[in-house]
Design a protein around this ligand. Structure first.
Ligand code: E4P
Length: 217
């Protein structure tokens, strides 16, 4: 499973990228707000760090305006994936922009039927929002599994980008289902390294090592 970082925090992205943990980045208007940066500047900086796709989201509602914004965002760097919402106009914009050879991430997907339409419209990525479905007592991971089945049934090449990931359990479940990508906040990716038995085991080894009185370097 590829890891995208769901953030516009350049330092956090760079740290994970140095570790080989970053196959791409996703941003959205809320993450740009959180960064306090100008969208073009911060996106350009991220694209210079990460070689994989970097999603930048349009904010227009009509297809023509989305296409214009998408083209402008795509001019920032070669690895831009234009993010459009899963609306009828978003699907139109997706079709046009992918026909021009650009990567498109169709976002805010909450149903299998929406995902089917996105694949038909040629989306490069479909982003089912797991956490936001869980928030309203629905099963976000069930949606990812449904999309996996549907795309595999018909050989759609659209990549499933599990989004709105809030926990390490989401990461594990997305990987088991076979999501192509999961996009997660930096803190969730870091937390995947944690286990209480690792900490406990290390504590014991270090205690015993101290008793040996030896040094390695
Ligand atoms: C993904 O592309 C979205 O930016 C993101 O995963 C949304 O996550 P949230 O529901 O935690 O805001």
């Amino acid at each position: 499973m590829k890891f995208f970082v769901d953030s516009a925090d350049v330092d956090a992205i760079a740290e994970l990228n140095d570790l080989g943990m970053v196959d791409g980045v996703t941003t959205n208007p809320s993450l740009i707000l959180k960064s306090g940066r100008d969208i073009v500047e911060v996106t350009r900086e991220i694209c210079a760090i990460v070689s994989g796709p970097v999603s930048a989201e349009v904010v227009a509602l009509g297809a023509d305006a989305m296409i214009a914004e998408g083209r402008k965002l795509a001019d920032i760097a070669e690895n831009i994936a234009i993010k459009v919402p899963l609306t009828w106009d978003g699907l139109k914009a997706c079709k046009t922009l992918t026909s021009e050879g650009r990567m498109v991430n169709v976002t805010l997907c909450f149903s299998a039927n929406q995902a089917l339409l996105a694949a038909k419209a040629g989306a490069t990525f479909i982003s089912p929002f797991i956490g936001r479905l869980d928030d309203i007592n629905l099963d976000g991971m069930e949606l990812v599994a449904d999309i996996r089945t549907i795309y595999d049934n018909y050989g759609f090449e659209t990549e499933i980008l599990a989004a709105s990931v809030r926990s390490v359990n989401h990461m594990r479940a997305a990987a088991l289902i076979g999501a192509d990508i999961a996009t997660a906040p930096p803190a969730v990716i870091r937390k995947m390294a944690e286990h209480p038995l690792t900490d406990k085991g290390l504590e014991g080894f270090l205690r015993d090592w101290k008793k040996t009185g030896q040094k390695i370097v």
